[in-house]
Design a protein around this ligand. Sequence first.
Ligand code: BDP
Length: 324
Amino acid sequence: MFKLVIPTLLASTALVSAANACETTLRSSDTHPDGYPTVVAVERMGEMLEERSEGRLCIEVFHSAQLGEEKDTIEQTQFGVIDMNRVSLGPFNNIIEETQVPSLPYIFRSVEHMHKVMDGPVGQQILDAFGDHDLVGLAFYDGGSRSFYNSEKPITSMADMEGMKFRVMQSDMFVDMVSALGANATPMPYGEVYSGIQTGVIDGAENNWPSYDSSGHFEVAKYYTMDEHLIVPEVLVMSRTAFDGLSAEDQELVRQAAKDSVPVMRELWAAREAESEAKVREAGVEIVTDIDKTPFIEAMVPVYEKYVTSPVLQQMVQDIQATE
Ligand code: BDP
């Protein structure tokens, strides 16, 4: 009896002291569930940080939108209520104009092209832009390519989208993107999409394989068309207040650990994409793969004209297009 008690006590003491060892625990938000690549990548970053800071710095990830929907958590991160946030660039479009450029439909030729651009000077320019908005841009993560899905019918051409209602992220540019395709856009928080489709408030939405899978949207919207209109990266940001509260040495550790979490994320992402695609196929989703993207690409000209207006953004678009 006595022998059994001792190891239990020792084990729990060790746990308590490990938790107490962190002088600062950064609270990080994510809309995705536990185990999703973005969530795991930030957790890995936290492990690196804890080890490299010898326990001074830890990260606690609040997954599953526990801290709120993206638009709200972004504001809270700007106010310093939330320390870190992993979000799509989409909900930043209305606040930071540079984030519109990698969110433009069909701007990237492939995921490899996106990586090349975001790992280079244009990516750095975008990370720097967060600095003017009470945030620190730390790293970009993958978000695959996004395509339309709906509960009504297989979409085999742009004409099929006429008059249909699609949810988009809360970005004016995405509203215009859907309008340019002849459909109607409803911006709404991610967490409301499932019931929106179920109740018929919207006909569908658009997303990548892992989100289509983990959100359960495939259960209520079984027609998926691989038009791949967006390859919009995701971003990991930190609140300026939280960042400024760290020593220069710890700030550098945070920046480095964020960078080091990127290859981890990319590997997790690639595996999850394949897994999710297989899962939804298995579940009986009807997938249109042979869609002609040319009319979709041509329909985006007015969107580019409306949003790529300043010389800075025009230069960014040119730089992206010139990236091999
Ligand atoms: C997912 C992104 C997530 C967005 C969501 C959305 O990872 O950050 O909140 O799409 O559509 O792919 O809102």
